[in-house]
Write a protein that binds this ligand. Structure first.
Ligand code: BDR
Ligand code: CA
Length: 320
């Protein structure tokens, strides 16, 4: 069977790390590159974190890492240090972490365009971060989306619940203009793992304990970097953000799982989507056009129900 080709755009916080590890453990999957962008932390930290994840999985030599945009298209940068740690990986530094000299010289946006052009119709692009790199890429090469096999995004929301502003999910709020460009110009099969969906599909803390207790280098690495987020996830603020019910949310892993396994999504809504760019409380909020007001022909698949047993298997395999 042919292997799936993946390109992963991350702001490597802890759940991005989990998503990357899911991909690296999946059979018949080739990760063509990891492109980095600002988001959970500054892009330099993001790059270092991506290299650390690859090192933990013994893939440092195989998979190139590219540095991308350090700021959103408009406005100033935000981060999610309160959740992921200031360095994005739980503030659990590794003295043997790889240096930034291992980054590719080519920038992330050029690499994205080149890699997709070299593999027309074959690349699944998994974007688990603010969409700045993807927006810049489509501005430089408008035909790029037509060469993708699919686009898998973690971001946006469907019930106007925010985790970053009243109505804004982090990845879209961190660069609303980029999210707008991507949702309106990537006219390829597009799959969205939105914030509320991930909240409704939490994994239990019991599963988390079993997952991290695996006797492997990868599980020990994850235990270290995840500790900060585990504590943050148990705070009152996060409990309010993430809709009712206990458990942890590996947000980015849902988008990755959908890219890895075509049967992962069991049910989805299919609607045109866009992003609110103004509004006192709604800037960055995803807009779902259930009636057809936007007169858009392109519709995105908004995940509703997924195979959670399969998800748990993928998560377990990621730390083996
Ligand atoms: C998203 O924001 C980031 O903090 C996470 O890595 C995820 O991509 C969730 O809103
Ligand atoms: Ca992310």
């Amino acid at each position: 069977m042919m292997s799936k080709k993946l390109l992963v755009d991350v702001d490597c916080g802890v759940d991005d790390a989990q998503a990357i590890m899911l991909a690296l453990a999946a059979p018949r999957v080739k990760v063509l590159g990891v492109t980095c962008v600002h988001g959970n932390t500054a892009v330099e930290h993001v790059c270092r974190n991506a290299l650390r994840v690859l090192q933990a999985c013994n893939k440092l030599k195989e998979i190139p890492v590219f540095k991308g945009a350090s700021k959103p298209l408009v406005g100033s940068r935000i981060n999610a240090g309160h959740f992921h740690g200031q360095d994005g990986l739980g503030d659990a530094p590794d003295p043997n972490a790889p240096g930034l000299d291992l980054l590719q010289k080519e920038n992330a946006v050029s690499a994205m365009i080149r890699i997709i052009n070299e593999n027309p119709g074959e690349v699944s692009l998994v974007a688990t971060a603010p969409l700045t790199n993807l927006a810049l890429a489509v501005r430089m090469e408008p035909s790029l989306p037509s060469k993708l096999r699919g686009l898998y995004i973690m971001g946006g929301n469907t019930e106007s619940r925010g985790n970053t502003s009243v109505c804004g999910e982090f990845n879209f709020t961190a660069d609303p203009e980029a999210a707008y460009i991507v949702l309106n110009e990537y006219q390829c099969p597009t799959y969205l793992a939105c914030w509320e969906f991930t909240c409704h599909n939490k994994l239990s803390w019991e599963f988390c304990d079993t997952w991290l207790a695996q006797d492997s280098h990868k599980a020990r690495f994850m235990s270290q970097i995840f500790q900060h987020s585990i504590e943050a996830a148990k705070t009152e603020r996060f409990q309010k953000e993430c809709v009712a019910g206990a458990g942890f949310i590996s947000c980015d892993s849902y988008a990755m799982a959908a890219a890895l396994d075509d049967s992962f999504i069991i049910e989805s809504d299919c609607y045109p989507v866009s992003v609110e760019l103004t509004g006192t409380h709604t800037r960055g909020m995803m807009v779902v056009d259930t009636v057809g007001f936007l007169k858009k022909t392109h519709k995105a698949f908004i995940m509703k129900k997924v195979d959670l047993e399969r998800f748990k298997q993928m998560m377990m395999a990621a730390l083996k």
